[in-house]
Design a protein around this ligand. Structure first.
Ligand code: CP3
Length: 343
């Protein structure tokens, strides 16, 4: 039995596009909120294989998506590098800032992979539960995006602290990027060996970089990760998500060697069709706010994605993660409409 998600990634478009959602396990689901309340901290939830596997499977059971994404976070790598990582309720992540060359000098080069073993175990558990058509996705953050949180110690509107460190102290910043590249390779290889059918590299903050910095801090580290993973697993299926890359997306695709790209909702359809979708699979790109709005606005936004990209290799998804206030009925409306489509 073939997995439609993997068919599209490896070059064969499907009449009905496979569908999943970024952040599909999360706070918009009552069953997630219930387990989250019992599990203790967010990292406890990520690192308890039984719980992580259960929340990974919740959206599959409820909606029958074509892919499950392992429940974890991009900040488990800084955690395994010995940095303190906490998630404050309602505020997002908090890390000890790494904002001077002196602090960067203390950064470990080698992650403690024993800390990441629960993620691999959760993947093995999910793999046993999934049916033959449903793909399993592993992931990591791209070095640039993970570094933005490590430098600032938290999310910021435009990731100014990391941009500033990269201008003022490029050698120190490069040391952070190199540590993330070196450890993300075995982390992705470990996830693929534990049962992931594909991996996604989330570069949520790629769009704040000028072109020269985008090439150096987003494209080049991602290219090195793709190359490093393929040295060990030559046919590894890899999706990139350089959010906000805009007109730089064709450069990213050409240089990194990914099999697919996730596109955000601001992507320009002709550029994507002519210079991206002709080379790799495209995943996206419904505006998460249209999914909250529902009704005719949602139907129109879904039809736009299908009309723009449905005749090529498309994995239907959102342009970024689903938001906690999204009504479940709107997710059902979306799945029904996408599955009724035939290119
Ligand atoms: O897609 C999935 O269902 C898999 C799970 C997943 C999470 N984080 C769980 C999570 C994935 C793929 C991520 C990736 C991630 N984490 C990114 C890249 C993708 C993106 O959405 O931009 C980033 C930048 C992070 C870092 C992070 N983790 C932030 C900024 C936050 C706080 C914001 C928020 O939504 O609360 C988190 C916390 C987080 N990661 C939650 C979940 C479900 C919410 C925490 C909770 O339930 O208490």
């Amino acid at each position: 039995m073939k997995k439609p998600f993997l068919e599209v990634l490896s070059g064969r478009k499907q009449a009905v596009p496979p569908i999943w959602m970024m952040r599909q396990a999360g706070r918009y689901l009552p069953e997630y909120r219930e387990l989250r309340a019992k599990a203790g901290s967010f990292l406890d939830l990520c690192f308890t294989p039984e719980h992580a596997a259960e929340v990974t499977l919740q959206p599959i059971r409820r909606f029958g998506f074509d892919a499950a994404i392992i429940f974890s976070d991009i900040l488990v790598i800084p955690h395994a590098l010995g940095r303190s990582v906490r998630f404050e309720a309602g505020e997002g992540p908090r890390l000890e800032p790494l904002d001077t060359p002196e602090k960067v000098a203390t950064l470990a080069a080698q992650a403690d992979f024993a800390k990441l073993e629960p993620v691999f175990e959760a993947l093995r558990r999910v793999k046993r539960e999934l049916d033959a058509q449903t793909a399993l996705i592993g992931f990591c953050g791209a070095p640039w995006t993970v570094a933005t949180y490590m430098v600032a110690g938290q999310g910021t509107p435009d990731q100014a602290p990391a941009r500033m460190l990269a201008y003022r102290h490029p050698k120190a910043f490069e040391k952070i990027i190199d540590a993330l590249v070196a450890n993300s390779i075995p982390y992705l290889v470990g996830q693929l060996r534990a049962g992931a059918d594909a991996v996604q590299i989330f570069d949520t903050w790629a769009g704040v970089l000028p072109p020269r910095e985008f090439a150096r801090w987003s494209i080049e580290p991602t290219r090195r990760i793709v190359e490093g993973v393929r040295q060990q697993i030559p046919d590894a299926q890899i999706i990139g998500f350089p959010r906000g890359a805009g007109a730089l997306l064709p450069d990213y695709v050409g240089a990194t060697g990914v099999n697919g790209v996730s596109i955000d909702w601001a992507a320009e359809p002709a550029l994507i069709r002519e210079r991206v979708q002709n080379r790799v699979a495209v995943q996206g790109n419904l505006d998460p706010l249209a999914l909250i709005a529902g009704g005719d606005a949602l139907d129109r936004a879904i039809d736009d994605v299908l009309e723009n990209y449905g005749r090529g290799r498309l994995i239907f998804n959102l342009g970024h993660g689903i938001l906690p206030e999204t009504p479940i009925a709107h997710v059902e409306q979306m799945i029904k409409r996408v599955r009724a489509y035939e290119a």
